[in-house]
Design a protein around this ligand. Sequence first.
Ligand SMILES: Nc1nc2c(ncn2[C@@H]2O[C@H](COP(=O)(O)OP(=O)(O)OP(=O)(O)O)[C@@H](O)[C@H]2O)c(=O)[nH]1
Ligand SMILES: [Mg+2]
Length: 203
Amino acid sequence: MTESVSSSSSNYSKTSDSIKVIVLGDSAVGKSKLLERFLAKNFEDSRYSTYAINIFKHTTKIDGKPVEVEFWDTAGQEKFDNLHHSYFHQAHACIMIFDATRKITYKNLDRWYTELRDIRPHIPCLCAVNKIDAAMEITKKSFSFPKKHDMPLYFVSAADGTNVVRLFRDAIRVAQAYRNGDTADFIDQIMRELEVSKLETTS
Ligand SMILES: Nc1nc2c(ncn2[C@@H]2O[C@H](COP(=O)(O)OP(=O)(O)OP(=O)(O)O)[C@@H](O)[C@H]2O)c(=O)[nH]1
Ligand SMILES: [Mg+2]
């Protein structure tokens, strides 16, 4: 079940002991659309820039056990910078998103990463390039940013759904692993799984 909670308060903090996954990236890279796609599994080409913070509560199962997840979504705009502290607070994993059609959004990941690491130095991160439906050639490129920081990279599309479930399922798994204290092995495992699926799609 999914429930959306909007908060304009910078003091909002995570409820109970749920897992918290945050998304980061420039405005209009598709953070909200990816979340909508994962949670509701549909896509409407409308554009509402996120205001303040949206929190989507989601219940799922991992290894047969129910897990409560909070996905936190915010606007990738300078004017919301003052909200970031509570946004990062208590997060267990971060999805860093850029836009396949706008190179600047990739360059700006460095800035987002620095901000994140100031507050959450150790949480696992996953990187995703969205809108591959509009720029398929990007799937042939390699990217130094995720490599440099040991992040798995996902080629995704909120518009047609490519890899969206995989990205969020892995984010939940890795967030849970972080909470249980065994992140490093888990990231390695995800990297290996991605490598295998890449070989399968190219062969
Ligand atoms: N072609 C294509 N367009 C997309 C995709 N994902 C999002 N968009 C479009 O990109 C625009 C921005 O999407 P949003 O999800 O609102 O972006 P955001 O990152 O949440 O933006 P802020 O809330 O301002 O930070 C919308 O017009 C979407 O329809 C995609 O996978 N493919
Ligand atoms: Mg948004």
